[in-house]
Design a protein around this ligand. Structure first.
Ligand SMILES: NC(=O)CCC(=O)C(=O)O
Length: 260
């Protein structure tokens, strides 16, 4: 299955420009045969908290409708990065995945908000997570800073996830953490990890891209550089099975001895 990661340059506050960029990337990725297309975190507006109210949408607002239309137009799955959505009394950094019929098959709001980027001042945490099906794969989504919380990803793996999507706006200062944590999550949970970062800058940070796909053995399947680009990777469910049989960590766990 061919995956396309849209490593966009998200322009802070410019929803119209970002929508046009996303559309160009989605159209090109679909034309090149991608079956799953992944966007970065907060791709509609960036971290434009000063105008958060302007950028916040409802679950079935214009960006959801756009992604749904694009998914059905191209008959692809779209892991819609994330954007601010008004949900249950708060604004949440939320990712929606659409199937090739344009149906929303997963809604995930970022659970761990990053104080370093002031998310906790403006946003409300998500409180639930679920796996979902992409053809033969069970998949899961986390968002950026969530990557530092291995318990969440382990829970997904125990629920059967074979592919983990990680939309992000991960700054260059901690790029080594990005790469190491993505790889660790792939190795310890024996699943594919698809890291979708942005490439560009905002008023506070530089985002150096390096979107990357790791296989369940921790090897790099595809890696982007620092420029905006579409990154393609082929993934194979059999590899998850092979790795899990070869090193049976799920069978060998001793959960009654762990604190969590
Ligand atoms: N947008 C984010 O959540 C950034 C996460 C990050 O920079 C870090 O965990 O370090």
């Amino acid at each position: 299955m061919k995956i396309a990661v849209c490593q966009m340059n998200v322009i802070q506050g410019d929803k119209e420009k970002n929508r046009k960029t996303a559309e160009t990337y989605i159209d090109e990725a679909a034309q090149n045969g991608a079956k799953v297309i992944v966007l970065p975190e907060m791709w509609t507006s960036g971290y434009d908290f000063a105008r958060l109210a302007e950028h916040t949408e409802t679950l079935d607002g214009p960006t959801s409708q756009f992604l749904s239309r694009k998914a059905s137009e191209h008959q692809v799955y779209i892991v819609g990065g994330s954007f601010p959505i008004q949900l249950d009394g708060g604004v949440k950094n939320t990712s929606i995945t659409f199937d090739p019929q344009g149906n929303a098959i997963n809604v995930y709001s970022k659970i761990h908000l990053i104080g370093l980027m002031e998310e906790d001042k403006y946003l409300t945490s998500g409180v639930e997570y679920n796996i979902y099906e992409i053809e033969q794969f069970s998949a899961a989504t986390i968002i950026c800073y969530d990557l530092r919380f291995p318990e969440l990803i382990r829970s997904y793996a125990l629920d059967g996830a074979c592919v983990l999507f990680v939309p992000a706006q991960w700054p260059i200062q901690r790029e080594q953490h990005w790469l190491a944590l993505l790889r660790a999550r792939a190795i310890e949970n024996q699943l594919y990890v698809i890291g979708a970062n942005m490439a560009g800058r905002n008023e506070n940070d530089v985002f150096n891209g390096h979107s990357i796909v790791y296989d369940p053995w921790g090897e790099i399947v595809a890696e982007a550089g620092s420029e905006p680009v579409i990154l393609y990777a082929d993934i194979d469910l059999n590899m998850v099975k092979t790795v899990r049989e070869r090193v049976p960590v799920f069978k060998d766990r001793v959960p009654n001895l762990y604190r969590c």
